[in-house]
Design a protein around this ligand. Structure first.
Ligand code: SAM
Length: 656
């Protein structure tokens, strides 16, 4: 069993206090309330991840950080009478009950209100009174209130709520657009009819629906309007792209040649167009703009094999060929092989090793090897724990929001029992693989960093969630920094990684609701002149698997969801194009609001696509530019017999 109390205390330190909530009473309330009692069954182990979780009726339990921030902003005293709008699970009402004398809370969904009432009662929060109704009208019979906290975003501040404030009372409410981006306001009643307003920053909430909020049926017409105007704007602002193999394709990206780091994304790991486009852009950046580092979302040792290959260096004896483990097609494919061939040819014309182009892996050292080791060990000692582990590795991506999968992947005692042995196995594997390295400076530095954090890394890799993600992306960023440092002040790098790593996390649900960072965000913060370029598609086919460790399959990509970024691009009718948000203010403005965006990793589950593969993102904030291919095709695994690279053995350059 997870130690909930420990997890709760850790969450308060790591996610709440560290992010600036100072009020000691609020922090203590968060340490008291058992959030696991307010989430749906099967979700208990995720209760302390500081993310919102589904609670039914299409609603979510609020993220603990935002609950804490709002409670702090409401400045609640022990003798206060507090009104909350949007009971949801009842969790935030329980926090308020820890702080105030009396709490009244209103929820518009009957079934949520009933369930919240039961939970509050069984957790001993008898001082909370729950009612079903439209909270925008407040609760006049119980007014006035010392504080009112609204957990849903309205178009404006409801007058009824202002009127029900006590003199000196505080109303904390998100106000803004229905798409989910609002400003958090604090309204203080300073005199009978005088209110002061403070802006506490940007937030993302579900809509406040009611007489003085959004009108339920308004949501749809508004979305229709957005759908009509944004595609038109895209059609007007997009720049046509020539075919990828046309030399003019790369030239379009000359505008990014002056950057220190250019990050090239992909909407899926198994799409040929994304690899070929990134290769064309990278060649151009190398040939015309002095980039010498190509750093990709791959394991360091595997990429080191290709790095030696492109530099014409021999491999140490006894080394296995790279990219042999799931998901092989991600790097072991014909598009990557062609690019590696080109790099080798380019380098062979250079006598000075310092002027050669290097190919490096940014990802956690030997991550796929370690996952494979965990699975094969668990297969032997505890097949049930192995199946849970497989599920976890497959589904713990930042865009996934599948209650059923979370449920299946829920923590059982099985893994806990063998955790120490698993970590020991992984450590041995790490030490074995490190001793095989050929000992150049970068390898030695990488190894030292890894050994120092190996235990933590293997543990969090299994437990997943924001902590694994952040550990991984910080590691990628530090590796990139190391490469740039070794290359000197004039060195320039191209990064190839998934859109979820490249697109600034602060402008997606990852950052806004899950507290996740990524390499794109870190590059923007560190190298102001980084270019973050996303890639997307509407339909086609993709190389992927159904589960972690499964066979590669070619699946049809569903046409994009109606209210998504992809649907806007598709409806523009422009085919392949580039949207440059620095050259087109109109495009930047049109795509500033959060929309759904599709993320396909190595696993693709078209049957549950909306929950498994979409999250909210503000495209023009997330990326500096966006490359669009209307229709895409899968990569071809390198050793499938279709490699098509002429006279060389069909395992070249991935093996000898
Ligand atoms: N604070 C809650 C918790 O901790 O679980 C979660 C709140 S959830 C983000 C927002 C809630 O506001 C939803 O349950 C939604 O049904 C409710 N809501 C939206 N408009 C409302 C209204 N006019 N009156 C009452 N509740 C409303």
């Amino acid at each position: 069993m997870l130690d909930y109390q420990h997890a709760r205390h850790r969450m308060v330190e790591a996610h709440i206090a560290r992010r600036g909530v100072r009020d000691a009473r609020v922090l203590s309330a968060l340490r008291q309330v058992p959030r696991e009692a307010f989430v749906a069954e099967g979700f208990e182990e995720f209760a302390y991840e500081d993310s919102p979780l589904p609670i039914g009726s299409g609603q979510t339990i609020s993220q603990p950080f935002i609950v804490a921030r709002m409670a702090e902003a409401a400045e609640i005293e022990p003798s206060d009478r507090v009104l909350e709008i949007g009971t949801g699970s009842g969790y935030s009402a329980a926090i308020l009950a820890e702080l105030a004398d009396e709490v009244f809370t209103i929820e518009r969904h009957g079934e949520l209100a009933e369930q919240a009432g039961e939970r509050l009662h069984s957790c001993g929060y008898g001082k909370v009174t729950v009612k079903v109704g439209d909270g925008t009208k407040g609760w006049p019979e119980k007014a006035p209130f010392d504080a009112i906290v609204v957990a849903a975003g309205g178009p404006s501040v409801p007058v009824s709520l202002q009127e029900q404030l006590e003199l000196g009372g505080r109303l904390v409410i998100p106000v803004g657009d229905k798409g989910g981006k609002q400003r958090l306001l604090r309204i203080t009643r300073v005199a009978g009819n005088k209110f002061e307003e403070e802006d506490l920053g940007g937030v993302m909430f579900v809509p406040l629906i009611g007489e003085e909020g959004w009108i339920d049926h308004d949501v749809k017409p508004l979305m229709r309007q957005i759908r009509i105007s944004v595609p038109q704007l895209i059609a007007e602002e997009a720049e046509d792209l020539p075919p990828i193999d046309d030399p003019d394709f790369g030239a379009i990206f000359d505008r990014f040649g002056g950057k220190r780091v250019v990050l090239l994304g992909e909407a899926s790991h198994g799409t040929s167009e994304f690899y070929r486009a990134r290769a064309a852009i990278t060649k151009r950046l190398i040939e015309e703009h002095g980039f010498t580092i190509v750093a990709v979302e791959a394991d360091w040792p595997d990429a080191a094999y290709l790095n030696r290959h492109v530099r014409g260096k021999p491999h140490p004896a006894g080394l296995s060929p790279p990219f042999q483990r799931f998901p092989q097609w991600m790097w072991r494919n014909t598009d990557v092989a062609a690019f590696i061939d080109w790099l080798r040819g380019y380098n062979s014309a250079r006598a000075d090793p310092d002027s050669m182009i290097g190919f490096y892996g940014l990802d956690l050292y030997n991550m796929s090897g370690s996952i494979a080791a965990v699975l094969s060990y668990l297969d032997k000692v505890d097949p049930h724990a192995a199946s849970v582990a497989r599920e976890r590795y497959g589904c713990l991506t930042p865009w996934q929001n599948e209650p059923a999968t979370y449920g299946r992947a829920a923590l059982r005692s099985g893994y806990k029992d063998c955790e120490d042995s698993v970590v020991k196995q992984c450590r041995e594997l790490l030490e074995r693989s490190l001793s095989k390295e050929d000992g150049d400076l970068l390898d030695a530095q990488q190894s030292a960093r890894l050994i120092a954090s190996a235990e933590k890394y293997y543990r969090v890799m299994y437990y997943g969630g924001a902590e694994t993600w952040n550990l991984r992306d910080r590691h990628m960023f530090e590796t990139l920094q190391q490469l740039l440092n070794v290359g000197g002040p004039d060195s320039k790098a191209v990064v190839w990684a998934h859109n979820s790593h490249i697109g600034d996390a602060r402008h997606t649900d990852m950052g806004a609701v899950r507290d996740e960072v990524n390499i794109g965000q870190l590059c923007r913060e560190r190298y102001g002149d980084a270019a973050l370029i996303g890639f997307g598609t509407h339909s086609g086919t993709v190389a992927c698997a159904s589960d972690w460790d499964g066979e590669m399959e070619i699946k049809k990509i569903n046409p994009s969801q109606p209210e998504s970024v992809e649907s806007m691009c598709h409806q523009s009718g422009r085919g392949s194009f580039l949207l440059d948000f620095h050259r087109s203010d109109v495009a930047a403005e049109a795509l500033r609001m959060p929309l759904l965006e599709r993320f396909i990793g190595v696993i693709y589950r078209p049957e549950t696509e909306r929950l498994s593969h979409y999250m909210g993102a503000a495209l023009s904030q997330q990326f500096d530019a966006y490359v669009w291919f209307e229709h895409t095709s899968p990569v071809t695994p390198h050793d499938s017999g279709d490699a098509g690279i002429g006279q060389v053995p069909d395992t070249y350059p991935f093996g000898t």
